[in-house]
Design a protein around this ligand. Sequence first.
Ligand SMILES: Cc1cc2nc3c(=O)[nH]c(=O)nc-3n(C[C@H](O)[C@H](O)[C@H](O)COP(=O)(O)OP(=O)(O)OC[C@H]3O[C@@H](n4cnc5c(N)ncnc54)[C@H](O)[C@@H]3O)c2cc1C
Length: 528
Amino acid sequence: MPEQEIPVLVVGGSLVGLTISVLLASHGVPHMLVERHRGTAIHPRAASFHQRTMEILRGIGLQQAVEAAAGREFVQNGAIISVDTLSGKELACFYRSYNEGVEGLSATSRLFITQIGLEPVLRERGRELGADHRYGMEMVSFTQDDAGVAAVLQPRDGGPEQTVRARYLVAADGAHSVVRRQIGIGMAGRGSFADCVTIYFKADLRALIGNRNLSVVYVNQPQLLAFFRFSISGDAGFLAVFATFDKDGTRDSRVDQDLSPDRCAALVRAALGVAADFPVAIDDVQPWSATAATAVAFRRGRVFLVGDAAHLMPPTGGFGGNTGIADAHNLAWKLAMVLEGSAGPRLLDSYEPERKPQCEMIVEQAYARYVKRVDQSLPATDLAPVLDDAAIELGSVYSSDAILDEEQGLRTAVLLEDPRHPSGRPGTRVPHIVLHRNGAAISTHDLARSRYALLAGRRGHHWTQAAKALAAAGITLSAHRIAADGDLADPAGCFENTVGIGAEGALSKPQCQARLGDFALPRLCFFG
Ligand SMILES: Cc1cc2nc3c(=O)[nH]c(=O)nc-3n(C[C@H](O)[C@H](O)[C@H](O)COP(=O)(O)OP(=O)(O)OC[C@H]3O[C@@H](n4cnc5c(N)ncnc54)[C@H](O)[C@@H]3O)c2cc1C
């Protein structure tokens, strides 16, 4: 007999598992998260987090806490450059300042924070919201039937196995996802193309860095391809080594085979451009594989894949964790609506068509950046053109049966739009626009923080009245008319034009569609 019944079981308590846990908790969905490690991340890994991720974190009340934690780890808005050595020549500059050109696109900024810094903030928020997190607990097997999933859990420090039964299982169990393999979902793409190692070291880097604010430093030498990140104190960092080459240019298969402290220190010194007696102490070494692949399905029955369980990409572009967080966001509100009964289970069918094409495109973008920034010896014949970072981060265009678009079928399928020129079309992110409520500034994104919202133009009284009528039918939809005499003013006078509606139009969240059936909202847009 199952010992416990829960609506959702999340397997994996690192970046993406914790994110979906906090999102589910913020929607009031009881769930259990199991993580085989005893605590959150011990390696920094992801550090560059995009505006869309920060918008999602803002939506669960974490923007300030994350910014504060980030400020303790990095001076923000650093450069992303490529050099021959840290003390040598700059070869290319990808960003002089990490937020250049995107400042007005969001109420948030891109920022640098490691998983060591971010995951405890997420875990703490989960706790505050009552989430049930079981660290030191491994899911060892599971079965699923039409009604749910039964999972066997094994405490890492001994003790009896436990069985839980859940209506849905979310696999956030990472690159080697056992869940994905057990349900027979394969990966498609370019596969693994480099055996890499991350070398964590201590060294006095202050004189080498000087007064530069450097977020990521690619090192491009004939015999070494790698990237650095440095601690805020300038006395430690890591070097992620993608490849080494012999003197004759042959790729050196020893990268992940000889991980002795001497060899690692020699690689760090070569990348720094310092003499062989420069003091470098090696703290830790972590091998990993640079891979570009996406799961062929994101769902089987009642099991959903999110994060690295669903897609693997090289770190060039810093997309991996951000993409996983976007998966978590897309799935969490859908699970919440289905479990609370305000949408039918078919809403969950929209997760894969909305997320998988985005993930496939982003995996290819990360690979294209890898070839262009790091290793031009890799096959480049079928390389995707490098697309604008801001469009990848903020310009997703979703298409699924859950999104009502009166022009569906008339448009060519596109995956991205330029967030500087948003279309307002259904399936896109609502642009960030600063409105005023009682004289105080508020972002359009804040209007739908936890529930569903409708934003109507100046003469959109009929929409706000329709929303009130819906409330009587049990659908809570907060409705706002953006007008000088409405509850929200538009001081810049740009709302209607920017979101692409007329004075009588309206925007809403797609969630409404799931329940409203034939109710024909003219513009249904994805919302923050
Ligand atoms: C060097 C490097 C730099 C990177 N930089 C960036 C960056 O700047 N920005 C970015 O967005 N991404 C970056 N990434 C990618 C990012 O780190 C990953 O995409 C992200 O960590 C994936 O998170 P996840 O939660 O999906 O998987 P993971 O972090 O792999 O977590 C999976 C968790 O599941 C647990 N687990 C597995 N099986 C079980 C089980 N059966 N029972 C219980 N628990 C289980 C594991 O213990 C693990 O903690 C980088 C990666 C590397 C290697």
